[in-house]
Ligand binder design. Structure first.
Ligand code: G3H
Length: 248
């Protein structure tokens, strides 16, 4: 049985004040059966690790370098993140695919670095509005999934989490309906099962895109939706915890 995971992607938002006001209640919450993961920007990771210690709440980063340590100005190595107490790293988010022109090969290189450092990659996949309108959702999503999955061993595959985030639903207030999201999640799980049935049954598949306390429960009730990757609503402790309750 897969445990549900509610992950907060703060994107380029936050401050030390927000860190404290948000992570104190989150780290003290005792009534949830789901896993919680918080992914603030790099400058806040050390303080977040301190605030979350012994809480059971996981700490994640929003990116890592595609290469090991060395002469790569401005980059942050996966090993450095692991050393700070980070356990997860979001990779291939559509904002990075779009603004930083990250392609499937670069995402795979980052996934390999993350795995080598013992981090769990949260690999984001999803189609744009144009691709959806052209009927290309399955093709795009499965290409992004397989570009990573097929290049890994079974053991490595089992460390992955995938997040299906239709680009048209991110920050737009438009959410995929539970049925639409389930259809894509089921396609992803079937594709993974063709590669490795056992691991496919274990891998957590998250949904992301305008998830809020009001729509979370109906999404999380679907058989292949194992939680959410939450953007805007993760910046408010009571919203984020309410989504956690919907997953519990
Ligand atoms: O990583 C999170 C997603 O991009 C969703 O963001 P959102 O909840 O603000 O739509």
């Amino acid at each position: 049985m897969r445990q549900k995971l509610v992950a907060g992607n703060w994107k380029m938002n936050g401050s030390f004040d927000l860190l404290k006001s948000l992570l104190e209640p989150v780290s003290q919450e005792k009534g949830l059966s789901c896993q919680l993961l918080v992914c603030p920007p790099f400058p806040y990771l050390a303080a977040a690790a301190d605030l979350l210690k012994s809480s059971g709440v996981f700490l994640g980063a929003q990116d890592c370098a595609a290469t090991p340590v060395g002469a790569y100005t401005g980059e942050v190595a996966a090993e450095m993140l692991a050393e700070m107490g980070v356990s997860h790293v979001i990779l291939g988010h559509s904002e990075r695919r779009h603004y930083q022109a990250e392609g499937d090969a670069l995402v795979l290189a980052k996934v390999k670095q993350a795995l080598a450092a013992g981090l769990k990659p949260v690999v984001c996949v999803g189609e744009t509005l144009e691709e959806k309108q052209a009927g290309q959702t399955a093709e795009v999503v499965l290409r992004q999934v397989q570009a990573v999955a097929t290049q890994l061993s079974s053991e490595q595959l089992g460390q992955l989490i995938f997040a299906y985030e239709p680009v048209w639903a991110i920050g737009s207030g438009l959410t995929a309906t539970p049925d639409q999201a389930q259809e894509v999640h089921s396609l992803i799980r079937k594709a993974l099962a063709e590669q490795d049935q056992q691991q496919a049954a274990r891998i957590q598949l998250l949904y992301g895109g305008s998830v809020k306390a009001e729509n979370a429960a109906s999404l999380f009730a679907m058989p292949d939706i194992d939680g959410g990757l939450i953007g805007g609503a993760s910046l408010n402790a009571s919203q984020f915890l309410a989504i956690g309750h919907a997953a519990s």
